[in-house]
Design a protein around this ligand. Sequence first.
Ligand SMILES: NC(=O)C1=CN([C@@H]2O[C@H](COP(=O)(O)OP(=O)(O)OC[C@H]3O[C@@H](n4cnc5c(N)ncnc54)[C@H](OP(=O)(O)O)[C@@H]3O)[C@@H](O)[C@H]2O)C=CC1
Ligand SMILES: CC(C)(CO)C(=O)C(=O)O
Length: 287
Amino acid sequence: MTVAVVGPGAIGGTVAAHLIQSGLDPVLCARTPFDRLVVHTPAVRIEATPRVVWDPSQADPVDWVLIATKTYDVAATALWLDRLVGPATRVAVLQNGVEHVTRFAPHVPADRIVPVVVEIPAERSAPGVVVQRRDGWMKVPTGANGAAFAALFDSPDLIVSTEVDWTSVAWAKLAVNCAGAVSGLTGRSAGVVSRPDIAELMRDLVAECLAVGTAEGAVLSADLPDRVVAQTQASPPDSVNSLLADRRAGRPTEWDARNGVIARLGRKHGIPTPLNAMAATLLAALD
Ligand SMILES: NC(=O)C1=CN([C@@H]2O[C@H](COP(=O)(O)OP(=O)(O)OC[C@H]3O[C@@H](n4cnc5c(N)ncnc54)[C@H](OP(=O)(O)O)[C@@H]3O)[C@@H](O)[C@H]2O)C=CC1
Ligand SMILES: CC(C)(CO)C(=O)C(=O)O
């Protein structure tokens, strides 16, 4: 089985390490090359020297491509896909948001795209050096492609499973991510939730997501706003979400995939989403 990971950052690096632990030998397609991959998972330290390539001309078709670039890097990622995708290649999209398939459908046949909801709190301190803070999970839709993706992994602190109702899982994850805008906008890690006014703002952001997700066909529980706040309160206060990591590194942010999408789809359904619209506008202005 040949596998390429495009974008070996926090998530790509962590997932590559778990693939290596599972006995595979992924090639890493990087923008910034590095020699050594070092990933601290909750259970072990994984150190490896996989093949790292940094120019699409160095890549050949593989059985699986795992995309772990940011949602705003589609155009650059597509240059890798031109080289890595053969007639039977399957492409897993490990990104936040709910638009995994539409994002890559212009570049890969949609029936070979596997959307992946990723719940792995991971932070990168240098190219190839990543900490996975807690046990993680990834969820893919049921079916042959989803089952084949799950079969790539055999690693105790990364559980990969298939879901009949993948859409609801993706919207529940989007609820966490839309509330994470408070970190991107305040510049403060997860501990900012200890302020009651911030916790209230997060609840209100999630309430909009809940309304729009329900209109999109997701089945979401009414206490989702409280659960998102409770989950954030239970995180180590110095946890940095990927939006804040982007802000601190001076990179663009995924405002459209995380907040803008709620405003866009809210407009389609006639559901007001003033807070997510404002978060998206402010984050876009900071890009
Ligand atoms: N971090 C987290 O805890 C979680 C993140 N996610 C989602 O996972 C996705 C990835 O996020 P994350 O891993 O945090 O992001 P990172 O910024 O850590 O990693 C993205 C990687 O993509 C690389 N990249 C950018 N452009 C290219 C290119 N043209 N060719 C090859 N590589 C490229 C970057 O290179 P360079 O090294 O040069 O920056 C970087 O290594 C996002 O959608 C995020 O929302 C989901 C769950 C948790
Ligand atoms: C929820 C969290 C923090 C970890 O899975 C995340 O999705 C991110 O950092 O983007």
